[in-house]
Design a protein around this ligand. Structure first.
Ligand SMILES: Cc1cc2nc3c(=O)[nH]c(=O)nc-3n(C[C@H](O)[C@H](O)[C@H](O)COP(=O)(O)OP(=O)(O)OC[C@H]3O[C@@H](n4cnc5c(N)ncnc54)[C@H](O)[C@@H]3O)c2cc1C
Length: 406
């Protein structure tokens, strides 16, 4: 009998966790499993702010996909270009792949909400290459300032605007705050010349946390020189900087040679361009994570949209949820291969920790609030745990944050 063909798109938290769980649960003779990813490596998206600020080397953030797979999963390094659900095939840059069951885990892209100029003039923290570009760009600006004649120094080279005071924006600011003194030393730049400004459209910073935790975070970052402009949406980005709205008819232009946009993400463009029913490139899924009307297609991670029926709000798009969904997707695929019933995905929200640099953080875990060193240690344990669930102890040993106290 022909083995069913399971095709997994994307080797992020969702796709790779699905593959690793399937290889544990299915025998060679039960299914053919193929994992497609555009790079040979998986990257820890949740560490990208560190690589972007230059506090962690990009190599530390990634590992080879083949290192965590056994021979049951066939890995192909190809870029998905089109999902053709009518013909049950996927077009890639190399050719095409067919499927009996499809898992879509193509992750997230930056969302600029149509704000003029952001696509062209702002950096996004979305993958390893983007992170490298941000790090190198900031270094170049410091070097450029240092090489200018004293009378011609352009201080906007040392101004960094970070759009968004949500999770990603704040975590990036925390890393930057620690990196700036190092850069100042390296390039002989007086620290008072550097400006790092966080611009947020909403009236609040980190809306998912209590005022006590938010105040802690703002105080910690402000102490390190970060400025906040809250309730002031960015309305335009240019080569010279950003224009923000400060009142009904009041605008300010911040001259800055680095603009990093961390104010929103959406699902993959490939999902949006397919015939799957999507909104902001996310597909609303059934309780068992399949697409309504398409019993052979699962969505996992940031491409999936799932409502929390208790709060009547969508579940956040996080690595935590992506990995939990992937476990259910793998179990449901095994059930389908064996002709059994699929089960409902039940998220187990443990809370979250937002880092404020290497040794400081805030968070809410199992309903309890944490700040400072203890929160930071917990964050590193969470980071190591994600590695462990995919690659076991050897991956934690190779890539983990083993010095919990530093
Ligand atoms: C700076 C930052 C910090 C974060 N911190 C946290 C945190 O502390 N906790 C938390 O839970 N979440 C956090 N998140 C969110 C989390 O990273 C995402 O929710 C998570 O990565 C989503 O997982 P995923 O599997 O859907 O996608 P991803 O992890 O983005 O993986 C998608 C994969 O698909 C591949 N891919 C994309 N397009 C193609 C294509 N066309 N062809 C082939 N392959 C393709 C990519 O290369 C990638 O390997 C953070 C995000 C950022 C950016």
């Amino acid at each position: 009998m022909k083995r069913p063909n399971i095709l997994i798109l994307g080797a992020g938290y969702g796709g790779l966790t699905t593959a690793v769980n399937l290889q544990k649960k299915l025998g060679y003779d039960e299914a053919e499993i193929t994992l497609v990813n555009k790079n040979s490596y998986h990257y820890e998206s949740t560490w990208l702010h560190e690589a972007s600020a230059g506090t962690l080397k990009p190599e530390r953030v990634r590992y080879e996909i083949k290192d965590v797979l056994n021979k049951k999963v066939h890995f192909v390094q190809e870029a998905v270009e089109k999902i053709d659900i009518k013909n049950k095939r996927v077009v890639t840059n190399i050719g095409e792949l067919t499927y009996d069951y499809l898992v879509v885990g193509l992750g997230f892209e930056g969302e600029t909400f149509g704000i003029e100029g952001l696509d062209k003039f702002a950096f996004g923290i979305t993958n390893v290459n983007d992170a490298r570009k941000i790090r190198d760009h900031i270094n170049t600006q410091f070097a450029e300032w240092a090489s200018q004649e004293v009378s011609e120094k352009d201080d906007s080279l040392l101004t960094i605007v970070v759009g968004g005071a949500g999770f990603t924006g704040i975590e990036f600011l925390g890393e930057l705050a620690n990196k700036i003194p190092e850069l100042c030393k390296e390039y002989d730049v007086p620290k008072e010349k550097v400006r790092v400004i966080c611009v947020e459209a909403a009236p609040a910073v980190l809306p998912m946390y209590s005022p006590k935790l938010v105040n802690y975070a703002i105080k910690a970052l402000t102490k390190k020189g970060i400025e906040f402009s809250v309730g002031t949406p960015v309305v335009q980005a240019t080569e010279e900087g950003v224009k923000i709205k400060k009142g009904p008819n009041e605008f300010e232009f911040i001259k800055a040679s680095t603009v990093v946009w961390a104010a929103g993400v959406r699902g993959s463009r490939i999902v949006e361009e397919s015939d799957l029913p999507s909104k902001r490139a996310r597909v609303a899924v059934e309780d068992d994570l399949r697409v309504p009307g398409y019993p052979d297609i699962f969505m996992v991670g940031d491409c999936a949209f799932l409502m929390n029926k208790e709060t009547e709000r969508p579940y956040p798009t996080t690595a935590q949820i992506a990995m939990q969904q992937a476990i259910t997707v793998a179990e449901n695929l095994v059930a389908m291969v064996k002709g059994e019933e699929t089960k409902t995905f039940v998220p187990n929200l443990k809370g979250s920790i937002c880092s404020l640099g290497n040794s400081d953080a805030i968070g809410n875990v199992f309903g309890k609030e944490f700040t400072g060193k203890s929160a930071s240690i917990m964050k590193k344990i969470i980071d190591n745990r994600a590695l462990y669930f995919i690659g076991g102890t050897s991956l934690v040993w190779k890539k983990g944050k083993l010095n919990l106290f530093k």
